[in-house]
Design a protein around this ligand. Structure first.
Ligand code: NAI
Length: 249
């Protein structure tokens, strides 16, 4: 018995990193999973690897740029067409364009808002549309602790990630009576390609702020996503769960 038997999940930005680990964990718990990513080839490759490694679980990969209303709609419809429902939506796709405001361009600001905030809104709206008919569903928005505290050089990213908290709570209120829950996760320092790019001194400074004195593996975010996706969190909506090793508690 898996915690997500009979469930269908869509995860955006799932070709690698946190999204891929969420897909892996959901699959291990019996879900059928659609991995969307702007890098469609990478999504298909990751899905094929997951399906081959798992015991019969179904995973498919598809190109989806979360800033495109049509592509997000098509990704959700693909899940329904292939697997018959949509029970879990994880809005995870993300980019960074860090710079202080002296150097950040309007284009950098808009690009980050577009992927995280507009992308999550499109995903929440498309998934909510299917889930409200089913009277069941869990939507999970991957925010960031940067949205809680604001980070230097991240006026774009912190704005977007804070905006995702507002989106989560407003959508939770709209969908609660229909049996659809909407929650957010705010990860701290997680070992992925996104953080690999950090300068060594910046990495060390971040580590020094973490009570647990280490970064997390993507699987440690995936476990919390599983909790929010599953019936274990059946009475939780509009919440923001911090996965930070105690940083900025
Ligand atoms: P990553 O860079 O390893 O993976 C991000 C994925 O999103 C990539 O596969 C990329 O192709 C995809 N993507 C980018 N733009 C896209 C678009 N327009 N449409 C669809 N897919 C797109 O990053 P990571 O670390 O796995 O991040 C996943 C999420 O977790 C992001 O939302 C990020 O902001 C968030 N996060 C990450 C933290 C970390 O320490 N790594 C900390 C807090 C939040």
């Amino acid at each position: 018995m898996g915690m997500l038997d009979e469930r269908v999940a869509v995860i955006t930005g799932a070709a690698q990193g946190i999204g891929l680990e969420i897909a892996r964990r959901f699959l291990a718990e019996g879900a059928r999973v659609v991995l969307g990513d702007v890098n469609g080839e990478a999504a298909e490759k990751s899905a094929a690897e997951l399906a081959a490694a798992g015991d019969g679980g179904a995973a498919i990969g598809a190109r989806c740029d979360v800033t495109s209303e049509d592509e997000v709609g098509a990704l959700v419809q693909r899940a329904v067409a292939e697997f018959g429902s949509l029970d879990v939506m994880v809005n995870n796709a993300g980019i960074t364009r860090d710079a202080t405001m002296r150097k950040m361009t309007l284009e950098d600001f808009r690009a980050v808002l577009d992927v995280h905030l507009v992308g999550s809104w499109l995903g929440t709206r498309a998934a909510g549309g299917v889930m409200r008919e089913q009277k069941r569903g869990s939507i999970i928005n991957i925010s960031s602790i940067s949205g809680k505290v604001g980070m230097l050089g991240q006026t774009n990213y912190s704005s977007a990630k804070a905006g995702m908290v507002g989106l989560t709570k407003a959508a939770a209120k709209e969908l609660a009576y229909l049996g659809v829950r909407v929650n957010a996760i705010q990860p701290g320092l997680i070992r992925t390609a996104m953080t690999e790019a950090l300068r060594e001194d910046i990495w060390a400074a971040k580590l020094a702020e973490i009570p647990m004195a280490r970064a997390a593996e993507p699987a440690e975010v995936a476990g919390v996503a599983l909790f929010l996706a599953s019936e274990l969190s059946s009475y939780m909506t509009g919440t923001v769960l911090e996965v930070t090793g105690g940083r900025y508690m």
